[in-house]
Design a protein around this ligand. Structure first.
Ligand code: ZN
Length: 225
């Protein structure tokens, strides 16, 4: 069997151990740091791509070393989708055929801010949920995993855009059916919950069901709004 030397107590520990049996040092942290240090931009893009093809395995990989650059790339993609949607709604609403640079910039910034607010508020909701059910882990980890799985909310923007286009001309005043986001929010919540079972030391079923319940409450809240 291979051994590694514990950096704290200097004892030799089998590589399969997650914690040092002598001093209790958390080795997962060391593995995570090593993984994070080697992640390139291309790796982050691959993580996003992988998330669309094999979401469960991808989330497990992300949970092993949650980074912050990947979620920022997802934020940019989701904001772009939301920008597109808001642009179309604006044009339908005002029956405008062309827009000035100033208006487009305003709509872009609005979309970026809105997407960031969604990310932060849902992350707070998920983190509180995880803490309530006894999970242990940092807010940064909660924030990062949601940041990745948020890519599905980006698809929600596109789906919502299609609904707007389908209903558009007949009802331009009601272009934002909040419930159209429900399936995408549920996918995001399910995958986040799965990831949190690794990062916050919880049973999969507990973590996933808690995050899904919090999301259901959130969707009802959106519906009431
Ligand atoms: Zn040790």
């Amino acid at each position: 069997m291979d051994y590694v030397r514990c950096p704290r107590c200097k004892n030799d520990v089998p590589v399969t151990y997650l914690f040092c049996p002598y001093c209790g040092l958390d080795f997962r942290f060391i593995v995570r740091e090593k993984l994070l240090a080697t992640l390139t931009v291309k790796d982050r893009l691959n993580r996003i791509h992988y998330l669309l093809r094999h979401p469960i395995i991808a989330v497990k990989h992300i949970a092993a070393a949650p980074d912050s650059l990947g979620p920022l790339l997802v934020l940019a993609l989701c904001s772009a989708a939301l920008f597109l949607k808001n642009l179309v709604i604006y044009m339908i609403h005002l029956k405008a055929s062309s827009l000035s640079i100033g208006v487009m910039l305003t709509i872009f910034l609005m979309s970026l801010v809105l997407q960031s607010v969604i990310w932060i508020s849902v992350a707070i909701l998920f983190h509180i949920t995880i803490l309530i059910i006894g999970g242990r882990g940092t807010f940064g980890t909660t924030f990062s995993i949601l940041g990745y799985t948020m890519i599905f909310i980006g698809f929600g923007h596109l789906f919502s855009l299609l609904l707007t286009l389908a209903a558009g001309v007949s009802s331009p005043l009601n272009p934002l059916p909040a419930y159209s986001y429900a399936p995408f929010l549920i996918i995001t919540a399910f995958l986040s919950g799965y990831g949190y079972s690794y990062t916050h030391l919880l049973r999969k079923v507990t973590s996933i069901s808690a995050v899904l319940t919090a999301t259901a409450v959130f969707i009802m809240f959106l519906y009431i709004l």
